[in-house]
Structure formats: C-alpha cells, structure tokens
Design a protein around this ligand. Structure first.
Ligand code: PEP
Ligand code: MG
Length: 584
C-alpha cells in the first residue's frame, strides 16, 4: 500500500459529480457475472456499507467573521478525531489491513485538503461545505490524473464522509458489523472499510467497480475470502437478500436454491482443505517439476511468503519499495532492502525485477510525469534510456546485496520491447555477475521471444501488461475487465509462443502475472511449456495443489484445447472440460 500526500497534485480543475444513480432492487434468482479475484464459494445474506452523510452544497450561507476561528478549530478537531480512530484501528490490525488504516489516517490529516478547507472557512464558508469543497477539488484533480492517483479518489471521499459524520455527530460511516455471516456488497470499498474485516463474519466480497488489483482485491486475498469485482447489476441487490459468491467462476447468484448453494459451499470447503494439505514442491501428479513461487514487494512480504510452500520469489517488484520516495535511494540503502528479501528466501530462487516505474506506479525520482499516455510512455526499462545511471546503480545494489547474503539472484528488466533492449540489459547485468532475464509484457517481445532468448538466460511473462497491450485495454479499467482477462485466447497465443521459444533452446520461461494465480489457468500454462509460476503468496497453495492433481499430458491437452477457442469464456470451459473441476 503506498502512502502519499496530496500536495503534488494539480488542483486547477474543480467540480466533482457525487450523484449516484438509483436502481430498482432485484430479488428473483439471477446470476450476475464479474471478474473472479479470490477463489472459494460463500452463501450468505448481503450487507451493504452504511449510508454516507450527504455532501452539503458548495454555495452555503456565510458564517460571521468572529465565528470563523472557532469553525476552523471544529473542522480540524473533527479531522483529528477521524485520524485518531483510524490510527487506533491500525494499531489493532496487522499486515496490509494495518497499513491501509494508517494510510487513510494520514490522508485524514493531509495538509493539502486541510489547508484548502481552512482557507474556505476563513473566507466565511461553514466547516461542512469547506470540507466537501476542498476534497471535491482534490478528488477531481486526482481523477483527471488517472491510474494510481485516480484510485485514491475512493480513499479521499471516504475520509470526507468520516469527517462530515464526525462534524454532524453521526456514527462513523462504513461497513456495519453483521450479526450473522454475511456477504459484503458495495459499489466500491474504501480501504478503511475493508481493512480489519473479520472473515468469520464477512465471508465474501463483491463490488460493482474495482479491478483485480484494486484495494478490495488485495484485502480479500489477505483475508482469504471469495471475492468478485466489476459485477454488473450488483447495485440492484438489496441488503438481506441471500447470494452465493463464486470467486472461481466470478459469479454472484442472487437468491439461489438454498440446497444447491449449501452443496457448492461444502464442495469449495473440501477443496480448501485439500489445498491446505499441499506443502510443495510444485509438480504434476506424474512428477513434472514446475517451481511455484511468490510475488513480493519488500522484506516484510518476503518473510510472510517464506511461511507458505512457495519455493522462492518469482517476482520482486522493487519499484513498490520506493513509491513514497522523492529522491533516488542510495546504493547502500537499496542493497539493504534487497538483502532483506534475499535473506527471507536464503538458498532459494529469487528473481529481482529492476525498477518498473511509470504509468500506474509513478516514482518521483524516475520517469516522465507529464506524458499524455503514460502506459505507452517512458516506463519500465525505458526510464534507463535517458538515465542509464539509475539502472547501473540498481544493478550495483543488487550485486552488493547478493554478495552480502551469499545469494545468487536472477535479475530481469520490465517492459522490454526489442531484442536489442534485451541484449543491452543482459550485458550490463552480466557485468555485475548477475543472471539476466527479461519480462515478456509487450506483444512484440512475445513475437520475437526466440531472438530475445539469444541474449538472456530466462523469460518471465507478465500477463497483466501483456493482456493490457494485446487487447489495447487499460488494466485499471473495471469497464474493460473482460478484455484484460488473461484467458483471452489472443493473450494466451502469445504466452504459448514465448513458452515454446524457451523450450526450443532449453531456457526457463515463467509466468509472474495474475494468470499464474488461477489454478486452472496455471495448469494450462504448464501445458504450454511454462516452467515456473509466480503468484501472490496466498494463491501459491491453490496453484500447487491443482498442479499436483493433473498429469503433464492433461495439461498439454488442455493447452491444445484452449488455443482452439475464440473467447475467454470458451477457453475456460475448454480447460475445465479437459482438467476437471478440482483445478477450477
Ligand atoms: C505483469 O505485467 O504481469 C507484471 C507481473 O508486472 P506488474 O503487474 O508489476 O506490471
Ligand atoms: Mg507489468
């Protein structure tokens, strides 16, 4: 979870549309579809976050000059109370939940909106309108900035609602604590809503908005509860209506047959128990080895992943260590951070990715902030073209961490487009004694994987970006989530091409995008010739257990069936028909 402040945002644009469409509620049996995020099945009545306080109109009556200082104090006290409560909850939570709450607490005290609200009150606006106006202004600027910044709009509006409730003396808005196990459904969930949820009481999450990488998805993965996002029609399902959420199929069945739903839950529970028994190492039932690895973003994540059966780290996203940094960390500082991850997986495989800054992961000290189209701009390895020292210093840091920990990490560059880029990166990495590879995230790189492999020792397929660029669909867009589905046959054709290129020369080709977290798809990828799978640590046992149920021949037959299909849905069905339900 990245912490950030609002002061760097361009606030020149105003106006914030806070109106929500109202929809009639549905109660008859109906299957709604969305994007599956966390596997599992749950059946329970719906709860919805409590009503948010209404945002007062911006044109408000002026308050008297003498009363303004007290009004400023009242506004600041409300913000401080909200922050204090969130910090208190952060202190009682753990892991990502704690970080999310602490980040929201910091946002409640952010000087950018507080300063603007204070100015408005000093000019005569009452506190409620001042808070609404100041936050609307920043939220609008963030929404226009797009990508990661836009994701913060939900967080910011959540802070606004909490402060408004505090000012009005109302209970804190957000998720009610249910009396019975319930499915939490919402348009979108603010991080502070989802952080600290009790998985015994909130047994599944479903949202109308959000993508596979949204906060909702991250928290659901941590809690290990089924989750489906971007569910069309979910807003029309009222609180109290029983629903069955299937986090593998990506469906929300409204008012299902109770008996059938209970049987589906029981089957999913058996699957979960079977998965929990899997301890690795990764292999098909007939003994074909496939390393099952974890994706991590820092030392803490690596230490927690090392408690799972993950055999190593297939993707260390180094840029996520530095999202808060204004300046480039020194070689020594970087080396210490990298050494933490190497130490957590001592003696095991660790693949470190060099900075993938830009687009949805902007770093203040690297990249081009003013691009019109950042996903197609100077991001990933391209940043080093204009700033070669940045890459050199990072490789030096990795080499230093390797030496200090006695490890032999592999390094890979993100967003490689041409064999020449791969050649240059490999030469530099080798000059530091490191084993070089590259990510295959751009269709051109997949098409020329054979030429790229002349220069590097391994490939790692990033299916998140590969899907984005193959389908020309923003990976952050909930509206386009069906296009960025890694089951899209167009995407899988490119994956197969890269995997075959690796097999032809006997070099490893892994997958480290979200595709590797889907147990059914993981088996298909193995059938295509992929040699390792790297996913969120929580997905590792499910992937390993699925692989342990099938033969390599079945995986190959599933891959052959999938590449004949013409849609993501048909590809999934074709794989299920060959591999059976246990992997799905
Ligand atoms: C990917 O694109 O699939 C990938 C693993 O990289 P990231 O998600 O960090 O862009
Ligand atoms: Mg990527």
């Amino acid at each position: 979870m990245c912490g950030f402040t609002l002061e760097s945002v361009d606030l020149s644009m105003l106006s914030c549309n806070l109106n929500h469409m109202s929809t009639p509620f549905v109660t008859e049996t109906q299957v709604l579809t969305g994007v599956p995020v966390v596997a599992g099945v749950a059946y329970a009545p719906v709860i919805r976050p409590g009503a948010r306080p209404s945002v007062p109109p911006t044109e408000a009556a002026e308050i008297e000059e003498a009363a303004r200082p007290a009004e400023v104090t009242r506004m600041k006290a409300a913000a401080a109370a909200v922050a204090e409560r969130l910090r208190d909850r952060a202190g009682h939570a753990t892991g990502v939940a704690s970080e999310v709450l602490a980040t929201t607490a910091a946002l409640a005290q952010d000087r950018a909106w507080l300063g603007d609200a204070e100015k408005r009150i000093t000019a005569g606006t009452p506190a409620e309108q001042a808070v609404g106006g100041a936050i609307a202004k920043i939220a609008d600027a963030l929404a226009k900035a797009g990508d990661l910044m836009a994701e913060r709009v939900t967080d910011l509006r959540d802070v606004r609602d909490r402060v408004l409730a505090q000012l009005a003396g109302l209970p804190e808005p957000g998720v009610p604590v249910p009396d019975v196990p319930s499915v939490l459904c919402a348009e979108d969930l603010a991080p502070a809503d989802t952080a600290g949820l009790d998985p015994a009481l909130v047994v599944a999450l479903a949202t109308t908005l959000g993508g596979p990488t949204s906060h909702t998805a991250i928290i659901a993965r941590q809690l290990g509860i089924p989750c489906v996002v971007a569910v069309e029609g979910l807003d029309a399902v009222a609180a109290g209506v029983p629903v069955m959420v299937d986090g593998s199929l990506g469906t929300v069945t409204v008012s299902p047959d109770a008996g059938e739903a209970q049987r589906a839950v029981a089957r999913a529970r058996e699957d979960a128990e079977r998965i929990a028994l899997w301890t690795g190492p990764g292999a098909t039932v007939d003994g074909h080895r496939v390393a099952v690895l974890a994706n991590v973003q820092d030392g803490a994540a690596a230490r927690s992943a090392s408690q799972t059966p993950a055999e190593g780290v297939g993707l260390f996203r180094t840029e996520l260590c530095f999202l808060n940094r204004d300046t480039e960390p020194s070689v020594r500082e970087q080396a210490e951070i990298y050494a933490e991850v190497l130490t957590a997986f001592e003696g095991r495989k660790v693949v470190i990715r060099t900075l993938d800054a830009g687009s949805d992961k902007p770093l203040k000290f690297a990249g081009h902030p003013d691009e019109a189209n950042p996903a197609l701009g100077v991001r990933g390895v391209r940043i080093s073209f204009g700033n070669p020292g940045l890459l050199t210093r990072q490789l030096e840091s990795i080499a230093s961490a390797a030496q200090a920990t006695g490890s032999d990490p592999w390094v890979m560059a993100p967003m490689i487009a041409t064999p020449d880029e791969a050649k240059n990166f490999a030469a530099e990495a080798r000059s530091f004694g490191l084993t070089p590879g590259v990510m295959i995230e751009i269709p051109a790189a997949a098409l020329l994987a054979n030429h790229i492999l002349e220069h590097v020792d391994f490939l790692s397929i990033g299916t998140n970006d590969l899907a984005q660029y193959t389908m020309a669909a923003d990976r952050m867009s909930a509206e386009l989530a069906t296009l960025t589905d890694p089951w899209q046959p167009g995407v899988l054709a490119l994956v197969e091409l890269a995997a075959r290129a690796g097999a032809a020369v006997g070099k490893p080709v892994g997958v480290c995008g979200e595709a590797a977290a889907d147990p059914l798809l993981a088996c298909v990828l193995v059938g295509m010739g992929v040699t390792s799978l790297s996913a969120a640590a929580t997905a590792v046992p499910g992937v390993g257990a699925a692989l342990a149920e099938v033969t390599l021949d079945r995986c190959r037959a599933a891959a052959a069936a999938v590449v004949q299909t013409a849609s993501a849905a048909d590809a999934r069905s074709a794989a299920l028909a060959v591999l059976g339900a246990k992997t799905g």
